[in-house]
Design a protein around this ligand. Sequence first.
Ligand SMILES: [Zn+2]
Ligand SMILES: [Zn+2]
Length: 163
Amino acid sequence: MSKKSGDTTAKVESLFKTFMKEERLRCTQERLSVLREIYRSNTHLDADELFVRLREKGVAISRATVYHTLDLLFRYNLVTKIDLGHKHTHYEKSWGVANHLHIICLKCGQVSEATSSELPGMMETLCAENGYSLGSFSMQLFGECLDREACAQRVKNKRQEKA
Ligand SMILES: [Zn+2]
Ligand SMILES: [Zn+2]
């Protein structure tokens, strides 16, 4: 782990602890383990993936606790929810992460992250025009890979994984 990501995790942990204290919630190891796992990861995870990862690491956590903790983290602005075109929600860390959007291929499911220097200003204006201040944003664009061959290969690989 790089020094930077260690610092981020420590900072986010202390924020989480402060928020929970304000709401008189117990700061359990299980809840902290959800936060740590998300901040350790660089991908988008759904609640079940998180649950499986934590169980594999020997954390005695229930599915319900994973869901509840994710709700808390979302409310405290420490994770964002994203819709990657699946039936379930994916989560990703948001503290210290630049606002970005996701481009998702509807055929193979590949996800790319993109940023634009113009986007935050545009979003701020949009929010202000509608009477809001901008917190964070998370956006999804759905399309299809331009590289059809690579896309078809990914679809094939996925089928083989499932088989
Ligand atoms: Zn992302
Ligand atoms: Zn594709």
